[in-house]
Design a binder for this molecule. Structure first.
Ligand SMILES: Cc1cc2nc3c(=O)[nH]c(=O)nc-3n(C[C@H](O)[C@H](O)[C@H](O)COP(=O)(O)OP(=O)(O)OC[C@H]3O[C@@H](n4cnc5c(N)ncnc54)[C@H](O)[C@@H]3O)c2cc1C
Length: 405
């Protein structure tokens, strides 16, 4: 390692949501901080987040909104920096915002305002931001970390890894955070794409012919080969794509889905679709029409026409008795599909899995076995549901580490 390494109190790797927030927090507490980023600009994901308006937090943020091998781990950091703390910061900068739905807060204008705010906070803390820092390598440990990069060599008592996950490599995602975790002896829960469209094939490829069709559904993971994850249900829009299924409902469920699991859909939540076909009493005059055409008509009352046609063909009852129609109705509220995969890290909004929380202190995000080494944000095995939870974890974990540094 070069002798001319520049000395800092803290080196932060990755100028994304978590890295910027942590650098600002530590800098404003008087630490001399350098923030290293391999992209030519900081916070690229912030800029494209929330369709360009950044869903920067969620008012109803609880530990239940996160996936992790340790579902209690996030509680401490989340309690130390709550959604309203971030809202306070946003308001201090005069950034207009609105609640879109379900507690999701978005900027009225561009997501750039959030990035500019974080950069201004870094400036207040005297943080030195170094862009285009390629080929980062870390040596040392235990109170003396040395980092070499194309942008120079740096030395500090503390190292914060805020490199994010593997999602969207074109925006700069790499596995550096996981590599560093392994280098320092921390376990990594296998990273997997999450908040990602699911693929259909085989018999179920017929669904893709409905590309563009959307419907409100309730979706959950079936008790398939790998049990135990079937509990989370999401009532939101589903969108059929050329390759499978997407839309908020599917993205939410995808984080819980693993190969072999069935995807369960209630295609008409809260409605009894086939009521018009049911025979009531014994009056022969009152016998409703009961055939495929009548079934399609009933389905069309609730569902988009093309989806109604597919369901009528694929899910027609075995006969036209009340009992057969009831079975058909039950199937509409628990339709089983068998995704063959996901669209992968290229399309995944986040990465589930990551640095195992077993090796980290929940209050500070410091590695238990390596003093001065911290992992924050998406690189950690804490993954939020859709709706501003991932940024809230980035802010909260960053502040937890920033205060401890
Ligand atoms: C399209 C899209 C939309 C999203 N919208 C929302 C939303 O509205 N609300 C929400 O809560 N979440 C949203 N997310 C998720 C959210 O962006 C992430 O969870 C969050 O950015 C994670 O913050 P982070 O700082 O941990 O990682 P990132 O923000 O990914 O930052 C990591 C940083 O590390 C840098 N880095 C990586 N590897 C290296 C390396 N080898 N050397 C140097 N630097 C490196 C990266 O370039 C990046 O700047 C969205 C994600 C995507 C992809």
């Amino acid at each position: 390692m070069d002798d001319d390494a520049r000395q800092f109190d803290v080196i932060v790797l990755g100028a994304g949501a978590a890295g910027l927030m942590c650098a600002a927090t530590a800098g404003q507490r008087g630490k001399k901080v350098v923030l290293l980023e391999h992209n030519g600009q900081p916070g690229r994901k912030i800029l494209i987040s929330g369709g360009g308006r950044c869903n920067f937090t969620n008012l109803h943020c609880k530990a239940e909104n996160f996936l992790s091998e340790n579902r209690h781990f996030a509680k401490s950091a989340l309690a130390g920096f709550e959604p309203l703390h971030f809202v306070e910061l946003v308001e201090r900068y005069g950034i207009a915002w609105h609640e879109k739905t379900l507690g999701q807060l978005f900027c009225d204008g561009s997501a750039r305002a959030i990035l500019d705010m974080l950069l201004a906070e870094c400036e207040l803390g005297g943080v030195e931001l170094v862009l285009n820092a390629h080929g980062i390598e870390v040596e040392g440990g235990g109170g003396d970390f040395r980092v070499r990069s194309s942008a120079g060599a740096f030395r500090a008592e503390a190292l914060v890894v805020a490199c994010g996950g593997l999602s969207i490599p074109s925006l700069g995602a790499t596995g550096l955070g996981y590599e560093l975790a392994r280098q320092f002896g921390l376990a990594v829960v296998e990273p997997r794409p999450a908040l990602v469209p699911l693929l259909l094939d085989g018999d179920e490829a017929a669904w893709t012919e409905l590309a563009g069709v959307a419907a409100e559904v309730v979706v959950w993971i079936g008790e398939a080969k790998i049990g135990g994850r079937g509990s989370c249900r999401f009532r939101e829009k589903m969108l059929v794509t050329h390759r499978g299924l997407s839309g908020p409902a599917i993205l939410q469920a995808s984080s819980y889905w693993q190969p072999g699991d069935a995807l369960m859909l209630d295609l008409a939540p809260g409605r009894v679709v086939l009521a018009p076909l049911m025979r009531r009493g014994t009056d022969p005059i009152a016998v409703p029409r009961r055939d495929l055409a009548a079934l399609k008509l009933a389905l069309r009352e609730t569902l988009p026409q093309r989806l109604a046609a597919l369901l009528a063909e694929a899910g027609a009852p075995k006969g036209w008795s009340n009992g057969a129609l009831e079975a058909c109705e039950r199937r509409l509220h628990g339709w089983e599909l068998h995704p063959v995969g996901t669209e992968g890290f290229q399309k995944a909004e986040v990465t589930a899995g990551g640095v195992s929380t077993d090796g980290l202190q929940a209050r500070t995000l410091e590695a238990r076995a390596v003093p001065g080494l911290y992992f924050i944000g998406e690189v950690v095995d804490v993954t939020g549901q859709l709706g501003g939870f991932n940024f809230q974890w980035a802010w909260a974990s960053a502040v937890a580490a920033g205060r401890a540094l």
